[in-house]
Write a protein that binds this ligand. Structure first.
Ligand SMILES: Cc1cc2nc3c(=O)[nH]c(=O)nc-3n(C[C@H](O)[C@H](O)[C@H](O)COP(=O)(O)OP(=O)(O)OC[C@H]3O[C@@H](n4cnc5c(N)ncnc54)[C@H](O)[C@@H]3O)c2cc1C
Length: 483
């Protein structure tokens, strides 16, 4: 420890804010590091009760962008940086890759297991690695380990702000109790922020995203717990913002469904029209995994944030279609375009001319649902570049589609050691952050990287913060400074 502020002795525990994958990875690794240190322990605060705690991590399938348990694709760093248009720091992604093998060893040593599992991206044909039990499986693995290691969990406690002494040294976290709202200060020698993004705070969404944020559907109940206090408290303490603050991870869902992640990932096999009965994008411009996020955002920008996926009996040729439809609500069925328009509440004439114009533009050719087949339209705007079949064979069927918000892209700037960086680019002493509350994404989300980075940088944060706590104890501080 070189900085005198960091080496100064202090009392208090290591406080982790949030118990999703990033928070639990931090808590367990910190507790392992602090084992045998007298009077130092790890406290996790979470605004949810113990059954709901875990934020988005509780609801995710947790697909991981890995070739194998210990391996990323050769192009992983370049790909992730390219998704952001070069704005995600490669040093962060390289650190993720460097720490992958030991993190996977570590989490498996605590009981996590992984398998290869097909995704809902039915025309990419690329199974992804997934923890058994998804994100909830990881939480159910790590939480008992944390408890066995003596980590204390304070549920229904919302972290509000950081506390500093007169010299600017971080000394604690103010938390408010659920229900009574009473505040208390938990003394802290170091803090790991792992409280997710601000996807659960309508006011901040409206302020940061622009557009009609109230038309976004939370992808799962976990979203609503993440209101951005962790990010705000760090910024108030001098932290630098990073990531795309008006960006978010979007998915197309069925707004009629109350299921979590009620995805409609089959939009290339028909047409998408808006409330006016008009097509607004090339539904077949790429595979589902390449286009689902931009499709969801395009739906959000339509009147009322609403669209309708319309197809016909030929959809049955897409034999894996059910893997791409996660809503349990049945499609709207109709014998004619006019009937369908009535059922969906769309302008009948306009829908009829949209479908007729589209059908006329479809070129003949072989249809192959498993891969981009080049079966396209000619002479209409927007075109359809693949999988263009005419919508003509009853029964017609339709799913309403809306844009769901999964998480926000804006967050805190951190270095590869998970230390929160200040406006001057230097680490803020004793403050760490990991997971969704750290901002790395811009533009397009590189799927399968969130849980991975939560786990890897959560563990790095826990270890780093624990080392700071150890060096901050009076006797150890003397050892470290040599005084
Ligand atoms: C339906 C769904 C599907 C997804 N699919 C994938 C996928 O396949 N692959 C992938 O990599 N990612 C996926 N994601 C994203 C991924 O799940 C998240 O990015 C990741 O789990 C976030 O982990 P985290 O620990 O940073 O935050 P979270 O898991 O959201 O945890 C944050 C925790 O902080 C608590 N909290 C918030 N504010 C406070 C406060 N002020 N005080 C105290 N506690 C607070 C919350 O209650 C929560 O427990 C998906 C997400 C969802 C919802």
């Amino acid at each position: 420890m070189s900085s005198s502020a960091s080496a100064a002795s202090t009392s208090g525990d290591l406080v982790v804010i949030g118990s999703g994958i990033a928070g639990l990875s931090a808590a367990v690794s910190a507790a392992e590091q602090l084992a045998g240190e007298p009077d130092r322990s790890v406290i996790v605060v979470d605004r949810a009760d113990s059954a709901q705690a875990g934020g988005n991590s509780r609801w995710t399938s947790a697909y991981l962008r890995l070739e194998d348990i210990y391996e990323v694709a050769d192009s992983f760093v370049d790909d992730v940086v390219a998704f952001s248009g070069g704005r995600t720091p490669s040093s962060y992604v390289e650190a993720l890759v460097d720490h992958l093998p030991d993190t996977m060893e570590w989490i498996q040593s605590h009981g996590a297991r992984f398998r290869r599992f097909p995704t809902y991206f039915i025309n990419s044909n690329r199974p992804r690695l997934q923890p058994v039990g998804g994100g909830e499986g990881l939480l159910n693995t790590l939480r008992p380990v944390a408890e066995r290691l003596g980590v204390r969990f304070r549920y229904r406690r919302t972290a509000q702000r950081l506390v500093h002494d007169d010299s600017g040294q971080l000394t604690g976290v103010v938390v408010a109790g659920d229900g009574d709202g009473d505040e208390e200060t938990i003394p802290a020698a170091a803090v790991v922020i792992a409280s997710g993004g601000f996807e659960g705070d309508p006011d901040t969404l409206a302020a940061e995203l622009g557009g009609n944020a109230d038309q976004l559907i939370p992808i799962a109940p976990g979203v609503t717990f993440n209101k951005g206090e962790g990010i705000r408290m760090a910024v108030e303490a001098g932290a630098r913002r990073a990531g795309q603050w008006d960006g978010f991870h979007a998915e197309p869902v069925d707004p009629r469904s109350s299921d979590p992640e009620a995805l409609v990932m089959v939009f290339p096999y028909g047409v998408l029209v808006n409330r006016d009965g008009v097509r607004f994008l090339d539904e077949g411009r790429g595979t589902v995994d390449e286009t689902y996020e931009s499709t969801a955002r395009a739906v959000w920008s339509q009147p009322g944030g609403a669209a309708y996926f319309i197809t016909d009996q030929q959809f049955e040729a897409v034999t894996d279609r059910q893997r791409g439809i996660l809503t349990s609500v049945k499609p709207v069925m109709a014998g004619t375009v006019a009937e369908l328009a009535t059922s969906l509440g769309l302008p009948e004439q306009r829908l009829a001319s949209t479908i007729a114009e589209y059908n006329d533009a479809v070129l003949d050719g072989p249809f192959e649902w498993r891969k981009p087949d080049g079966k396209r339209t000619h002479g209409i705007e927007p075109p359809k570049s693949n999988w263009a079949l005419r919508v003509e064979k009853p029964p017609l069927l339709a799913y309403p589609v809306a844009c769901a918000i999964v998480f926000t892209f804006g967050g805190l700037d951190t270095d590869p050691g998970a230390r929160v960086l200040g406006e001057d680019g230097r680490p803020v002493p004793r403050l760490y952050a990991a997971g969704e509350c750290t901002g790395i994404y811009h533009g397009k989300y590189p799927g399968g990287t969130s849980v991975l980075r939560g786990m890897i940088f959560g563990r790095i944060a826990g270890r780093g913060a624990a080392r700071e706590v150890i060096s901050a104890t009076p006797e150890r501080s003397a050892e470290v400074t040599g005084s």
